[in-house]
Design a protein around this ligand. Structure first.
Ligand code: ADP
Ligand code: MG
Length: 662
């Protein structure tokens, strides 16, 4: 076949024009695209060689070589992959076969700015070479074809290209970029290596570059960068070295990877010195194909609570690095997870915007979320050492020695995780409706009978009193305030456990959890306490009677406190304290309102309900007291103090107390 000139398909010409005119801001991606093609070509050879080993032509070491020639102004990417026949070169490099690309081109408006944004979202592939080259020569020979069946393809990136038949001994493809004058900086080993490190370290194929040495005696000015050597003073040594790490750990089979290797990779991507608590590594097949390698760190980063900087998962597409911190791959409440997702379906130039909308990404996100929750469930399950078991035959300990060692290694990991990340996990109750129940099972709290924050809702339920119908909890600013809150008095007296919630997010998160496994959650500071069956008949009757006789007093108190309290009523929740504040059943708690205000956020002015203990001497004294008004206010303000709040007018409070003391 002699040389022939062919026209690009109309869409290609359009795309080319755009590539060369609008991708200047991100020039270096051309190398990522071309190396990715080389890697694809090797993958294809490997695949076809499964049925036809002859395709290897006795050269099984697949690799990519990158070289440059300053004088000729060329940068060349060579692979020994599958190669192209003449017809394939014409078809693959002259037309757009992929329907996605056609769609894409049809969306182009001709408005350069809008289009360049669009193109940023799309893999421009081979044509990205024209960002830095004003001419590209491709020389190739398909594996298995004769040496004289090679092809040379040349184009200046305008309307047409030339193809001719050549003789090429080596199988595979060389893409020779004739660099534009403004892109000559890519004819530098330092620059090219940097780009390879950034994007292609985890391409499993070795990427080779020719070693260079400083030419002696060319020191110009020792204080310059380069140690005073001119970049031009480098000479090639003829030796080739691998410049990428060529190790995509996640692309390897699980059985070939040691724990140390998993840990090492984690340290590399997380910059953490400690080993992670757990990892999960899976290849997911089906309508969306991807590999995930995700880790649970043992320590929270400084900026954990910054929801803005919120992701630790790197996105790769076919082992080519795309972006760090791809927040679309996991929900925000799992922002502590580190790792890699490698998709086979996304385009290489996928943007953050596109990620948010992609159906594939949605599937990946769901899959990753499930895996992470699964990891946490495993950690939680193994947090405590198994208790020795005695069987009917009197054999103690059915756990093997190995099993014991493993159990010992895993024990305490969940506690560690929870101390670091528990508060963040709780955000999931509000953020991830679909997994709400799984998240709820993973939560741990301290309680009125357990100082360690290790009580799960399930533990609590298992200890519930006969006749108890709700899971009781209290929210407070800190553990001491929670534990000593007057609102707990009746629960303590009756021996009913109350969960103590002292994380800032608790109040908000619990809004989203009405019940656990069918048992309602009930704040002890909200609504009237209805201990239901836990109260016996005499207690109920006594309370009713007290309320009745106390009625006139309540009316007076209500009047005195009408600016502060929504209502005043007789309580059944207090034993030792005279009064406490509660909010209406579905109202925002005073604690949350206080927190919001402290954070400078708008919070409704919640007027709490004052509940008074009719049995308390102070309350009894109210009747007929000449200081009734002062006592009423003191009662209210003290109730506020007891739950960690401050009287609206502290000076007035002090004055009243002092007046009484005197
Ligand atoms: P994509 O890689 O997404 O298919 P590209 O524009 O990057 O799109 O490449 C277009 C096509 O050209 C590839 O699908 C492949 O058939 C062919 N091609 C490109 N580079 C090579 C190469 N180094 N070896 C073999 N074929 C190649
Ligand atoms: Mg490509």
């Amino acid at each position: 076949m002699t040389k022939q000139t062919l026209s690009f398909q109309a869409e290609v010409a359009q795309l080319l024009h755009l590539v060369t005119h609008s991708l200047y801001s991100n020039k270096e991606i051309f190398l990522r695209e071309l190396i990715s093609n080389a890697s694809d070509a090797c993958d294809k050879l490997r695949f076809e060689a499964i049925n036809d080993g002859g395709l290897y032509e006795n050269d099984t070491e697949l690799k990519v070589k990158v070289s440059f020639d300053k004088d000729a102004k060329t940068l060349t990417i060579t692979d020994n992959g599958i190669g192209m026949s003449t017809q394939e070169a014409i078809d693959h490099l002259g037309t757009i076969a992929k329907s996605g690309t056609k769609d894409f081109v049809s969306k182009l408006s001709g408005d350069q700015k809008a289009d360049s944004q669009l193109i940023g979202q799309f893999g421009v592939g081979f044509y990205s070479g024209f960002i830095v080259a004003d001419k590209i020569t491709v020389e190739s020979r398909r594996a298995g074809m004769k040496a004289d069946e090679g092809v040379r393809w040349i184009s200046g990136g305008a309307g047409d290209f030339e193809v001719e038949n050549i003789t090429r001994a080596e199988r595979g493809t060389s893409v020779i970029l004739h660099l534009r004058d403004d892109s000559m900086d890519y004819a530098s080993a330092w620059k090219v290596k940097g780009i390879i490190n950034k994007y292609s370290d985890h391409i499993s194929l070795p990427i080779l570059m020719e070693k260079e040495e400083w030419k002696d005696g060319e020191l110009i000015n020792p204080s310059d960068e380069n140690g005073g050597r001119q970049p031009g003073a480098m000479v090639k040594t003829g030796e080739w070295e691998t410049v990428n790490k060529a190790n995509a750990i996640w692309a390897r089979a699980k059985k070939d990877i040691t724990q140390e290797q998993y840990d090492e990779f984690y340290k590399q991507i997380s910059h953490d010195f400690e080993a992670p608590l757990a990892h999960t590594h899976n290849r997911v097949e089906g309508s969306t194909e991807y590999t995930q390698l995700l880790y649970i760190p043992g320590k929270a980063p400084m900026d954990l609570y910054n929801r803005e900087k919120s992701a630790g998962v790197k996105l790769y597409v076919k082992r080519v690095f795309i972006m760090d911190d791809a927040e679309a791959l996991l929900p925000t409440y799992l922002r502590f997870v580190k790792g890699v997702v490698d998709s086979s379906d996304l385009p290489l130039n996928v943007s953050r915007e596109l990620l948010q909308e992609s159906r594939d990404v949605k599937a990946i996100r769901e899959g990753c979320t499930k895996r992470v929750l699964g990891m946490l469930e495993d950690l939680a399950k193994n947090d405590k050492l198994p208790e020795a078991t005695t069987t009917a035959e009197g054999v103690t300990d059915v756990v093997s020695e190995e099993g014991k060692a493993e159990a010992a290694a895993n024990a305490g990991k969940y506690t560690k995780f929870y101390n670091e990340f528990g508060a963040v996990l709780k955000e999931g109750l509000g953020e991830d409706y679909a997994n709400k129940d799984r998240i709820a099972k993973l939560l741990r709290f301290s309680s009125s009978i357990s100082d360690a924050a290790s009580v799960s809702f399930a533990d609590y339920k298992a200890r519930m009193k006969e006749g108890q119908e709700a899971i009781y909890y209290i929210t407070a600013d800190n553990a001491a305030a929670a534990k000593n809150s007057p609102q707990l008095e009746v629960f303590k007296k009756k021996g009913i456990e109350v969960l103590l919630m002292t994380d800032r997010v608790d109040e908000w998160a619990l809004n989203y959890l009405q019940d656990f496994d069918g048992t309602p959650l009930q704040s002890v500071a909200k609504g009237a306490v209805d201990l239901g069956k836990l109260q016996d008949e005499t207690e109920k009757k006594a309370a009713e009677e007290a309320a009745e006789t106390f009625k006139p007093m309540l009316a007076k108190l209500k009047e005195a406190l009408k600016d502060k309290a929504e209502d005043v009523r007789v309580t059944t929740r207090l034993v030792d304290s005279p009064a406490c504040l509660v909010v209406q059943d579905h109202g925002m708690s005073t604690q949350l309102a206080r927190m919001l205000k402290q954070a400078g956020q708008a919070a409704p002015d919640v007027k709490p309900v004052l509940e008074v203990n009719a049995e308390h001497p102070l309350v009894k004294k109210l009747d007929g007291s000449v200081h009734f008004n002062d006592l009423a206010h003191i009662l209210f303000d003290q109730a506020l103090l007891a739950e960690g709040g401050l009287p609206a007018d502290p000076a007035a409070y002090v004055k009243r107390v002092n007046a009484l003391l005197v």
